[in-house]
Design a protein around this ligand. Structure first.
Ligand code: SF4
Ligand code: SF4
Length: 73
C-alpha cells in the first residue's frame, strides 16, 4: 500500500496568505485562530487525516514553501 503523506505547517514562517486553503481540491484545510495567537490571525489547519488525500498541491503552491509533506505513521 502506498504511504500517505500529510501536510505539516511551519507556523513560525507561515504568512497566513490562505493560498493553500484555496487550492486544496478536496477542501481538507480549515482556517483556525490558535489560543496562542495574540494577533488573532487565521492559520491553515488540516480538518482531519481522512479528509486529506495527500496530493501535495498545497505544499507545491505555498508561495514561501513552508509546508512539508510527511509520511503518516
Ligand atoms: S495534500 Fe492535497 S488534499 Fe491534503 S491538504 Fe494539501 S492540497 Fe489538500
Ligand atoms: S500557502 Fe503557505 S504561507 Fe500561505 S497560509 Fe498556506 S502555509 Fe501559510
Amino acid at each position: 500500500m502506498k504511504e500517505k503523506k500529510l501536510p505539516k505547517f511551519d507556523y513560525v514562517t507561515c504568512c497566513a496568505c490562505k493560498v493553500c486553503v484555496g487550492v486544496c481540491p478536496v477542501d481538507a484545510l480549515d482556517l483556525t485562530i490558535s489560543k496562542k495567537n495574540t494577533f488573532h490571525i487565521e492559520y491553515p489547519t488540516l480538518k482531519s487525516h481522512e479528509a486529506c488525500i495527500g496530493c501535495g498541491i498545497c505544499a507545491s503552491k505555498c508561495p514561501i514553501d513552508v509546508i512539508e509533506m510527511n509520511v503518516v505513521n
